[in-house]
Design a protein around this ligand. Structure first.
Ligand code: ZN
Length: 51
């Protein structure tokens, strides 16, 4: 039984330590972990720009 408060907490935890990433190959925007070998979930490119 998940209520709204639980979902809010899950979303907050999910954002901790995540970077806003933009794929320079296909323009896909996603959130990724701060690791060196991150790749685009859409096209698998590693040409990623991170903020
Ligand atoms: Zn891409």
């Amino acid at each position: 039984m998940a209520n709204v408060r639980d979902e809010f907490k899950i979303n907050a935890l999910r954002d901790v330590g995540m970077y806003e990433c933009v794929c320079l190959e296909c323009g896909n925007k996603f959130k990724g972990l701060p690791v060196d070998n991150i790749e685009c979930p859409a096209c698998r490119s590693r040409n990623i720009s991170r903020k």
